[in-house]
Design a protein around this ligand. Structure first.
Ligand code: HEM
Length: 209
């Protein structure tokens, strides 16, 4: 068993396969949905959306609650272990987690037939704002879209420069790198702040309405 558990690729791919079979068994075998049913795809999309959302927000919380507050306690000569190895790897899963959360979230709204209504915060409903679920999930979607934008267009470009990822920014001096690191940190904090109200909408939309 240790040979299996000590290889993250085996564990991750097997977990995904078992999860997918579990979903198919309950959706088709127990609940009786067919492959083409919207409800089957809603279940599949919800599962994958929450999985990749955890990948994203898990890394966001790692940066904000673990890595950033503890960096000052690490001796300077050991800091490259974080800056050169751990942080670039974490940023990979962080930004692609964000991308797939956005894609699965938009597909989930489209699959349920309310993408436009949600993105207009209920204004596209007739009468406007009559469907509370569309207003609430729309607010959550926009908060998360702002967070996704921050990841891809502010945090990631600034981290690339601050950490000189792939040696593309070797010409930057220490002051410039520190300024980029600070910008990335402030936007990462902003996303941590937005994550709590955003999740009220994500988790509440189908519970409250
Ligand atoms: C990036 C943009 C995002 C979009 C467009 C989006 C969209 C959606 C939509 C449309 C739903 C279905 C709501 C419903 O009909 O009940 C949903 C549910 C959900 N989302 Fe998101 N979402 C995004 C980001 C996130 C993030 C970052 C998380 C963090 C983990 C997240 C976690 C959830 C959860 C937990 C649910 C509830 C699933 C359920 O009740 O079965 N979403 N999202």
């Amino acid at each position: 068993m240790a040979w299996f558990l000590s290889n993250i690729r085996y564990v991750a791919w097997t977990a995904l396969a078992v999860g997918a079979l579990f979903l198919i068994y309950f959706a088709m075998g127990v609940a009786g949905y067919a492959f083409g049913d919207a409800a089957f795809w809603e279940a599949a999309l919800r599962w994958s959306h929450v999985l990749v959302g955890i990948m994203w927000i898990g890394h966001l919380y790692y940066f904000n609650f673990t890595q950033i507050p503890n960096m000052p306690k690490i001796p300077d000569e050991q800091k490259p272990a974080i800056g050169k190895v751990i942080a670039p790897a974490a940023l990979f899963w962080f930004r692609w987690g964000a991308m797939f959360t956005l894609i699965t979230g938009l597909l989930l709204a489209w699959n349920q037939g309310y993408l436009l209504q949600a993105l207009t915060l209920g204004a596209a409903d007739d009468p406007s704002f009559a469907v509370g679920k569309h207003v609430l999930i729309g607010i959550g979607m926009w908060l998360a879209i702002v967070m996704w934008f921050n990841v891809w267009f502010i945090i990631w470009p600034n981290q690339q420069r601050a950490l000189n990822i792939d040696n593309k920014f070797a010409n930057l001096d220490a002051a410039a790198k520190a300024a980029h690191a600070r910008t990335a940190m402030l936007l990462s904090r902003t996303n941590t702040f937005l994550s709590a109200p955003m999740l009220v909408a994500m988790t509440g939309a189908s519970t409250l309405f």
